[in-house]
Write a protein that binds this ligand. Structure first.
Ligand code: COA
Length: 196
């Protein structure tokens, strides 16, 4: 098993993991690439990112995707990522599955932390591991390595958005020193200063 920077040719695998772990199993039929357009693609393509993948003998098995400067990343997405997707997926479409509509809504109104959170914790991350590589300490290691790297770059904090019902992930982030910052309707924004 190894960890390396994410590359453009990892996009199909990264999208597939994002779809598999981000959607409830019975949510079919759905447009499988939609979730990746929001939570995966731009983190591999945009300039202000530090994204890594975990690779084992079967291929890409997980990732930690990080926008190191959320404000710059958001601006890049507005100019270079969302316009094409907004044209391809208009806000309203007849017969669209409910599960797809929820993601299309995000393409038109991307998920974002408050400006206070972004100012204090300028980076943000998404992390997902396929079941075959979970529980081996990898997720913790990737987050710790990220904290060291962000700290070296002078980036003072990192935040993330976790589903309020994802108790195991919340427990992991808490163990790694993340604290609750704000609560949305279904999710919790957590953040951590990068000094260790
Ligand atoms: C959360 C996740 C990235 C952690 O990666 P990991 O490599 O398994 O993490 P570690 O081995 O360093 O730590 C294991 C801890 O992760 C947490 N965890 C969260 N979801 C878990 C899951 N589905 N399976 C196992 N552990 C999970 C637990 O706190 C676990 O500790 P425990 O075994 O004492 O309960 C990974 O489990 C995962 O991808 N889960 C499903 C998707 C997800 O929830 N992503 C985060 C969205 S914000």
């Amino acid at each position: 098993m190894r960890v390396r920077p994410a590359r453009l040719d990892d996009l199909p695998a990264v999208y597939a993991i994002c779809d598999e772990l981000g959607t409830v199993a019975e949510a079919e039929p759905r447009t499988r690439e939609l979730l990746g357009h929001v939570y995966a693609g731009p983190y591999v393509v945009a300039p202000e990112t530090r994204s890594v993948v975990v690779v084992d003998e079967l291929g890409v098995a997980g990732y930690l995707l990080c926008a190191t400067d959320t404000a710059a990343f958001t601006a890049w997405c507005e100019s270079s990522w969302w316009p094409g997707l907004r044209a391809d997926y208009p806000r309203a479409a007849v017969g669209r599955a409910v599960v797809d509509q929820e993601v299309v809504d995000l393409i038109h109104a991307p998920p974002a932390a408050s400006s206070r959170v972004v100012a204090e914790y300028p980076a943000h991350l998404h992390i997902d591991m396929l079941p075959r590589v979970r529980g081996k300490g990898l997720g913790s290691r990737l987050i710790r390595d990220l904290l060291v790297d962000l700290s070296r770059r002078g980036i003072p904090g990192v935040h993330l958005d976790v589903g309020s019902n994802n108790a195991r992930a919340i427990a992991l982030y808490s163990r790694l020193g993340f604290v609750e910052l704000e609560r949305g309707p279904d999710s919790v924004f957590m953040g951590r200063r990068t000094e260790l």
